[in-house]
Design a protein around this ligand. Structure first.
Ligand code: AMP
Length: 120
């Protein structure tokens, strides 16, 4: 796993160097709209700590950070009213996962039927 790069775009958002359309924030996580939304609802949830991937986060983040992160995920689901119709949550990881930004994030997509999960 590559070391954490503090110049990645989500690190810049966390430092306030780049704006975001905030959906929710707590002590451990920030949620904001994806700039290239692929669905009517497309929110990214990121931890405030420096973690490259879901593997890194789940192996090394504290219990408080992990709980705070998933509390933010739950809050986005509630705020966007996604539970009844359903939604998709994705954590792209590494080269094969197509991860573009090397700061752990979960995509939450919904608001329309999303079809098959993987096209090719
Ligand atoms: P991934 O391929 O899982 O790393 O996804 C990275 C996501 O970050 C893509 O869906 C981008 O549209 C999104 N993204 C990149 N820059 C920004 C930004 N400044 N604000 C919000 N979303 C962004």
């Amino acid at each position: 796993m590559a070391p954490y790069d503090s110049n990645n775009i989500f690190a810049k958002i966390l430092r306030g160097e780049i704006p975001c359309a905030k959906v929710y924030e707590n002590d451990y996580a920030l949620a904001f709209n994806d700039i290239g939304a692929k669905a009517p609802v497309h929110v990214l949830v990121i931890p405030k700590g420096a973690y490259v991937s879901i593997a890194d986060f789940s192996a090394t983040a504290s219990a408080e950070e992990q709980a705070g992160f998933f509390q933010a995920v739950a809050e986005v689901i509630r705020a966007k009213n996604l539970e009844e119709k359903g939604f998709r949550s994705i954590a792209n990881t590494g080269d094969h996962g197509g991860q573009e930004v090397p700061h752990f994030h979960v995509h939450i997509l919904g608001g329309r039927p999303l079809g098959a999960m993987v096209n090719s």
